[in-house]
Design a protein around this ligand. Structure first.
Ligand code: SF4
Ligand code: SF4
Ligand code: SF4
Ligand code: FES
Length: 983
């Protein structure tokens, strides 16, 4: 710490802090139009000028040093700031009273007030450009754009989509998309970063326009007349009177615009934000304080909420009558469920029923679902969709380090020296997390290695892209580990102090020579050596992996090999290191954490542990079933075998997201009684006997747990749509119809029960999670959480990690002469999972209307295929018809299909073979043949999809180019000259 003086008052600050931060912390008001801490000093606005030791400088780009004497009040500094802001007002028509951005947080408005500007020195000058409305979600008005460059900085260096720039040399600079394209035809992925950070109304969400203000919903001519009237007053009254008027209007808005904090309902990154609403209209999503995301979002979290008010929402329970469904009242549906569950249990025992919790629902709802299964019905047949993706990663971590979760936080990934991504299309499946890697790679010298069959965005950016033969990641990972040990590059001190099992592990690596790996994986030996050295030499390594690893028959073993590699290189127990299995759904981590698993109660407490059962018996007053139940893969087999007769499925589209959809559909058709609760009538609902209308996340309270083990609260934005009910209410209703006698009045009471019964969550409660507060488990009773796991020891009785030997097995389904192509599948940025929510967003549909199969240019040439050709893919398990997209993201005989489709679901093609340790389907081990049905057709991806854009990478806004323009002069210099002249 050092001492500086600000306006004559001493302040202790950290040496090297940004001066603007120190001034802000001291509570001294200072204009700073272009500054946002997350974006760093952009230096375009010059409104933060202060005097430091007699010199005028920008506070945002000045670092503190001992003894610094800072004046914000000195006359020349004030004059310089006013001059700078006057220049800004030349670019912006101040019509706050009729502006949708007049919500108390407009930086231009607030700075006008702070600097007490009454009249502009430089009059407003219109720019020769039209408003750009071509993006479905937001619009850009060049005539309101103050050229602060925040949007450019965010797009270039935070989101790192590199779409935006400002051509400073232009006589009328403006923000450009892809150097001058229409927004809607550019590479913009609609993440919303630019809109969120824009300090005024130049970039705005279309859902705000005409809706936010009391006087903003008028037609353009009326609005322009009103603006003229208001502006006409300025000459006479000065701005203070006009600002007073607009502030009164802004204050009125607070009576009808609500801002409610929620957590994103889509992927596992855990972005949180305020949702601004007026009645049931979503005005906008406003990120800012989220511990995982700050100002960041992706297109789904920022814009894909139309489904909440979609006309297809279920609002009445449905009961099957023959081949049709009829609407029913809640009482009738619940009575029927209780009667049929009771009858089936009485006739066949509790294990004839099974329960599936939703990874999209809250922790509290997952906990109640497994409590219903165990304590009310008496079966351990309960699971969640982590079986389809993340169970192998959890197993790999259980085997080696003890906890089945990310070993650190997104901040650790950001500060690693080297990030290795295996089998994860991170930029599309975990977009905001990917931005942190892209940023560290672009700006901070982080090294990036990507192993993936496709050249996805991360692979394109990587220093090394490994395109290993499908299903062989385990081989090169083990070979690299062996090479590191053989060459003496391992961290022997860490191994000696913290790791058991080295001798046995070394022995297991015997077969994994570099030559064997090279041959098996089709990777050069030299590349493998260089990867090994990069990993061994990096100060901190984080490994990220996802379904490209786990959805193979060796998914658990490959995950184990990843953790082994981290252990031998000492990449645990320190910031900037560790294992990061990226969780797919918003709450797939939490559903497992809270006991929706056949072998674990909440907090991974084993069902066969008598002490655990005794604890739950004392809490719940019932004996619990002892033996492990069926997982969701086994459930389908058990239905086919006639052992499982009834199922209660909560919020999962299981008939098309489980592999081998034909087989799953056949099974569901055999169920005697099938209950589904969901927001929409899903594809799976066609098999149901009763469908219950549930409420989505915006209509309820609860908590989600993100990929970094972060528990966060979501607050109710809307009342449940009349007729629908929150899932926790429905599960309680069902339990009580079965005689449970539950009386939860709020999800917080469920969380209190979780904490009481679960050592891992002992200190979790709603007060500690209030607002944007969060906790990363495990959480001690006093509320202490653990952002970084394993700081003192590993989670085994002796505190040491365990190297776990693994072996290589061929994939279970391979190509042959009949099925000659390998079909890969995975996520797409714009859609989530099967697409039931995101296809209901018109903007997303406009950009990405349908699924497709990616075909390499080589294969396309040899088969006479073009983008738009209709092809039929046939596997050993089924067939689909789909349009081709020719792209060099895939190569040779590799095909890729996004998983997002209810009409041509890829799982009609996948098989039932699984990872033996977890029964996770080997979705990625699918062989197909391809027939061309129609050669010509419309491309499944329209030209307006951002994948066809042409980004313009550069470092931030390149403000130096602005300073080089003949018309530019640093306001500080100008003021000094004027002051001298006056003297
Ligand atoms: S990608 Fe598009 S929405 Fe995202 S910051 Fe860049 S221009 Fe804005
Ligand atoms: S559009 Fe960009 S440059 Fe213009 S005011 Fe908004 S953030 Fe600043
Ligand atoms: S989908 Fe994921 S990355 Fe996108 S806003 Fe939601 S949580 Fe964040
Ligand atoms: S805030 Fe410092 S130049 Fe804009």
């Amino acid at each position: 710490m050092i001492r500086i003086s600000i306006d004559g008052i001493p302040h202790d600050v950290a040496a090297g802090d940004r001066l603007v931060d120190a001034i802000n912390r001291a509570g001294v008001p200072l204009s700073q139009v272009c500054y946002l801490p997350i974006l760093g000093p952009i230096q375009t606005c010059d409104t933060c000028i202060v005097e430091v030791d007699g010199k005028l400088v920008r506070a945002c780009s000045t670092l503190t040093s001992a003894g610094m004497n800072v004046s914000t009040t000195e006359g020349r500094a004030r004059a310089a700031r006013t001059e700078a802001f006057d220049r800004i007002l030349r670019n912006h028509d101040l019509y706050c009273t009729v502006c949708d951005n007049n919500n108390g947080n407009c930086t231009v408005h607030n700075t006008t007030k702070l600097l007490a500007v009454e009249h502009q020195r430089y009059p407003y000058q219109e720019k020769p450009y039209q408003v750009d409305n071509s993006n479905p979600f937001y619009r850009y008005d060049p005539n309101q754009c103050i050229l602060c460059g925040r949007c450019v900085q965010a797009c270039q260096d935070l989101q790192v989509n590199e779409t935006l720039s400002i051509h400073w040399e232009d006589p009328h600079p403006r923000v450009l998309w892809d150097g001058g394209a229409a927004i809607g035809e550019s590479s913009c992925v609609s993440c919303g970063h630019c809109v969120t950070v824009c300090p005024c109304n130049a970039l705005m969400e279309k859902t705000m326009i005409g809706h936010a203000g009391f006087l903003t919903g008028f037609s353009a001519p009326v609005l322009h007349n009103m603006i003229d009237v208001v502006k006409g007053l300025e000459a006479e009254t000065g701005y203070s009177a006009i600002l007073g008027l607009s502030e009164a209007e802004s204050a009125m808005r607070t009576t009808r615009v609500r801002r409610t904090k929620t957590v994103c309902t889509y992927c596992g990154v855990g972005c949180s934000f305020d949702v601004w609403t007026k009645d049931r209209h979503i005005l906008k999503v406003e990120p800012g304080e989220g511990p995982a995301n700050g100002v960041s979002t992706c297109v789904k979290g920022k814009f894909a909420w139309d489904f909440v008010n979609n006309k297809d929402r279920l609002t009445k329970p449905l009961i099957r009558e023959g081949d049709r469904f009829r609407e029913a009242e809640w009482d009738e549906a619940l009575d029927l469920i209780a009667r049929r569950f009771g009858e089936i249990k009485a006739a066949h025992g509790p294990d004839a029923l099974a329960f599936i919790a939703s990874s999209k629902c809250t922790n509290e709802e997952a906990f109640l679902m497994q409590k219903l299964a165990r304590a009310v019905v008496g079966t351990n047949n309960v699971d969640n969709c982590s079986r389809y993706c993340q169970a192998p990663a959890t197993t790999g971590l259980f085997r080696t380090v003890g906890y089945g979760g990310d070993s650190g936080s997104i901040a650790d990934i950001e500060q690693a020296d080297l990030v290795l991504i295996v089998g994860s299309n991170t930029a599309e499946s975990h977009p905001v997390l990917a931005t942190r890697v892209k940023r560290a790679h672009k700006l901070h010298g982080q090294k990036l290695i990507v192993s993936d069959l496709r050249e996805n965005e991360m692979a394109r950016r990587a220093d090394v892209h490994l395109r290993a033969t499908p299903s062989t990641d385990i081989v090169w990972l083990c070979a690299v580990a062996r090479y590191i040990l053989d060459e003496g590059l391992a961290d022997s001190e860490f191994l000696g102090r913290w790791v058991n099992g080295l001798a046995e592990y070394r022995q297991s690596l015997e077969p994994f020579t570099l030559e064997f790996a090279s041959q098996t994986c089709n990777l050069p030996v030299e590349t493998l050596k260089s990867v090994a050295r990069m990993i061994a030499e990096a100060k901190g390594v984080c490994i990220l992996w996802a379904m490209g690893v786990t959805q193979h028959s060796n998914g658990s073993d490959t995950s184990t090999a990843i953790s082994n590699l981290l252990l031998i290189t000492g990449n645990y127990m320190r910031p900037g290191t560790g294992a990061y299995p990226l969780r797919g759904h918003n709450n797939v981590q939490g559903a497992s954490d809270h006991g929706a698993m056949p072998n674990f109660l909440s907090g991974y407490q084993s069902v066969d542990n008598p002490d655990v059962r005794a604890r739950f018996r004392s809490g719940w007053g019932v004996d619990l079933p002892v033996t492990k139940g069926l997982d969701n893969h086994e459930m389908v087999d058990a239905i086919q075998a006639g052992k499982l007769r009834s199922m209660y499925l909560c919020g999962e589209e299981m008939s098309i997201v489980d592999s081998n959809a034909n087989y799953v559909g056949e099974a569901f058709a055999k169920l005697e009684f099938f209950v589904i609760q969901d927001v929409f009538f899903s594809t799976t609902c066609q098999f149901a006997d009763v469908v219950l209308p549930a409420s989505p996340s915006l209509e309820k309270e609860g908590t989600f747990t993100s990929t970094e083990r972060r528990v966060q609260r979501l607050y109710q934005v809307f009342e449940p749509l009349p007729g629908s009910r929150p899932d926790w209410v429905i599960i309680q209703d069902v339990a009580n119809r079965l005689g449970a006698g539950w009386n939860y009045r709020h999800p917080s009471e469920v969380m209190d029960e979780v904490a009481a019964l679960t050592p891992m969550f002992a200190g979790v409660n709603y007060q500690r999670l209030e607002g944007y507060k969060s906790q990363q488990w495990p959480v001690a009773a006093d509320g202490t959480d653990q952002p970084l796991l394993y700081t003192k020891n590993f989670a085994f009785p002796d505190g040491k990690a365990r190297l776990y030997p693994v072996a290589w097995r061929e994939p279970q389904e391979c190509r042959d002469s009949e099925y000659d192509l390998h079909l890969n599948n995975g996520r797409l940025l714009e859609h989530f999972h099967e697409g039931n929510l995101t296809y209901r967003s018109p903007g997303i549909r406009e950009k990405t209307p349908d699924t497709f199969v990616e075909v390499s240019p080589e294969l396309a040439r040899s088969r006479g295929i073009e983008s738009g050709s209709l092809v039929q893919l046939t596997s050993r398990h089924g067939r689909v018809r789909v349009r081709a997209l020719v792209t060099d993201r895939v190569h040779n005989g590799e095909l890729y299909m996004p998983m997002n489709s209810t009409t041509s679901p890829v799982n009609l093609l996948t098989g039932s073979h699984t990872d033996p340790a977890t029964h996770t389907p080997a979705y990625k081990e699918t062989a197909v043949r391809m027939e061309v049905l129609a050669q010509a057709g419309e491309s499944p991806l329209p030209r307006i999809n951002p994948r066809f854009g042409h980004p313009t990478p550069q470092n931030g806004v390149e403000v130096e180019r602005k300073w080089q323009q003949p018309g530019y002069r640093f306001p500080g210099d100008l003021v000094q000259i004027e002051t001298k002249r006056e003297a």
